[in-house]
Each structure stands twice: as C-alpha cells, then as structure tokens.
Design a protein around this ligand. Structure first.
Ligand code: PMV
Length: 329
C-alpha cells in the first residue's frame, strides 16, 4: 500500500435520519442499538482533502481555514489511526476540511464530515475501499456518517460487529418530489453532544427497551413506505420516531432536552399546516432545529409560515442529494 503523493479530495453531503440512531451497543466500534434510515440532502456538504506526508511530526488539521487543536484534533487523529492501521502506514497527515453549510446553520456536520474524511483519507493512504467498507470506516468517526456514503435514501444495518455494521443504499436516485425544509432556531453549539446524550438515554431511560422495539418496527415501515411511494406513512412514522427519541431524553436521569421554546412553536406550526391539509411532518436531531419533510406542492406554504415566525434567513430548502464523490480540481 503506497500513500498518494498529492492530496486526495472528497465531498460528502449530510443526511437527515427518518428512523434515528440513538444509542450504541459497543462504544469502541460504534455498533448501534438499532438499524437506522435516512435521506441524504443536496444542500449541506463537506469537502475534505488529505495527504499523508513523511515530513509531518503530527497530524495537521485545518477546519474552515483554522488550525484545529485539542479535542477537535484528537478526534480526527484517532480516526486517522484507524486508517493508518488499515493501510499499514505510520505517516502523519495534513487534513483540510471546508464545511459548505450556510453560515453557522446549526445543522449536523459530523455525518458529512466523517464520510468525506473516510473517503479522502483511505484513498490518500493508498486503500481502495468498496462503498460498504467506506461506510464501515466512516462509522468509526460518527454513526450518522455511515449513511452519508450513499445518496438518496440510505440505511445503516446495525449488525453485531465491525464487519456486519455497515451502510447501504435503499434508493440512491430519488425520483420522488420530496423536499426537506430546514429551520434554524439556534446556531450555537449544543451543550450535550449526541455521544453524551445517547449514552445517558441508554443508561437511564426506563423506556429504552421500548425505543429499540419501536425503532426496529419503524425501520421496516418506512422502508416499505419508500418502496410504495407512500408519503403519508413515511412522514407520520418519521415524526413519531423523532418524538420517541426525544422522549428518551426527557425520561433520562437527569432529564434533558434538545428542544427550546422555538422548537415547540415550530412543531405547533407544522401541526397547524397539517390540519389545514398540507402533508408535512417534522423531525429533529440532537439540537433545537427542525427539519420538515414535505412534497414539492407544499413547500411554499411551509416556507411562508416558518419565515413569518422565524425570519426569512432561518429557513432553507433542501432536496435529496448524492453520495460520496471524489473531486479532481
Ligand atoms: O453519529 P452522530 O453523533 O452524528 O449522532 C447522530 C444522532 C442523530 O442525528 C440524532 C440520529 C441519526 O441517526 O442521525
């Protein structure tokens, strides 16, 4: 295996989980408690360039033009160690990452970030990995990154060990007029990371067992709804699944939540739109921001209502996007 002599650049898009991952069985290998399913988006992506170089005394990581230190640096270096082990090399790397998420949009970037890093770092180390193996590698950085290797609807099979826990495409090219309206309600970094939050839910929520059971059922229902082009079921089950995930956090000890007052306000507005006959459903990750699933004819009504409440700049419209790509300048 020979590392490349010039940087390798990869691009990956973020994804929004319709059936969430919220808890690990194995923290070291990042094996989840349930399989999850998502939609990769076209708007928010990460470009990462990597080169392994003999002359470096340490990994050199820049994020949006700034050199990373401490925790951020350690997390990436730990991930690069997995790549170095796989490739049988010991060189340090230069990593240059640029996040193309509208200014501090407060939307998850670990999925696109680690998917792009898995692609660029593995190829720069001289490895040629299959999409499934790339997803297994991305998993080691962030669980949600497992699914961002693939475009459109993608799943993460929970598995039981490193080999059997991987992502796979369900429908890479989505020929369905699905849109996701993202509402940014708070741009600051979350206080409780997803890693800490899910750990607390697994350890202390009395409802955790019920979560695993219902999420497993939701996975099959949403998968079938995609095959049937049944948007009402897809939306309904995705919203229920998100609410149950957040109920785990409220029922943890100590109790916590990612919602703020605006989150509840936005949920109410979406319910009002639904009552008025617009099929739209919300989902929320480890933060206060809301993503609304709808079909193209409902986008204008959803955007108008949310902009009136939260301002024009808070609302962004996305569509299904592509999987990991390599970029040649
Ligand atoms: O893998 P992480 O740390 O990005 O955690 C993802 C957690 C959720 O976004 C809430 C759910 C999911 O499946 O993406």
């Amino acid at each position: 295996m020979k590392p490349t002599t010039s940087p390798v650049k990869a691009r990956a898009h973020t994804n929004i989980a319709l059936v969430k991952y919220w808890g690990k069985k194995d923290e070291q290998l990042m094996i989840p408690q349930n399989s999850s399913l998502s939609l990769t988006l076209d708007q928010f992506y990460t470009d990462t360039a990597v080169q392994f170089r003999d002359e470096l005394a340490a990994d050199q990581i820049t994020f949006n033009g700034q050199l990373l230190a401490d925790d951020g640096q350690r997390k990436i270096s730990r991930f690069l160690n997995v790549v170095r082990d796989l490739a049988g090399i010991s060189m340090h790397a230069s990593v240059d990452t640029v996040n193309h998420v509208p200014t501090a949009a407060g939307l998850a970037s670990s999925a696109s970030g680690f998917a792009a890093l898995a692609g660029a770092a593995s190829r720069a180390a001289g490895l040629t990995l299959s999409p499934r193996d790339l997803s297994r590698l991305a998993r080691r950085g962030s669980g949600s990154a497992t699914r961002s290797i693939f475009g459109g609807f993608a799943a993460w099979n929970m598995g039981h060990d490193d080999n059997s826990s991987y992502g796979y495409p369900i429908e890479e090219t989505v020929d369905w007029d699905i849109a996701v309206v993202a509402v940014v309600l708070n741009k600051t970094a979350k206080k409780i990371s997803s890693r800490q939050g899910m750990r607390a839910a697994v350890a202390t929520s009395p409802f955790y067992g019920a979560w695993v059971q219902t999420a497993t059922r939701d996975f099959d229902t949403v998968r079938q709804a995609i095959a049937d082009r049944d948007f009402a079921t897809l939306g309904h089950v995705s919203e229920e699944n998100a609410m149950r995930m957040h109920a785990l956090n409220l029922s943890a000890d100590p109790s916590f939540t990612y919602f703020n007052a605006d989150t509840l306000h936005a949920i109410t507005l979406i319910h009002e739109l639904r009552d008025a006959g617009y099929p739209c459903y919300c989902t929320i990750d480890a933060g206060p921001n809301i993503k609304v699933l709808c079909r193209e004819p409902a986008v204008t009504a959803v955007v108008t209502k949310l902009q009136a409440a939260f301002g024009n700049d808070a609302v962004l419209v996305a569509h299904p996007g592509p999987g990991l790509t390599f970029i040649t300048d």
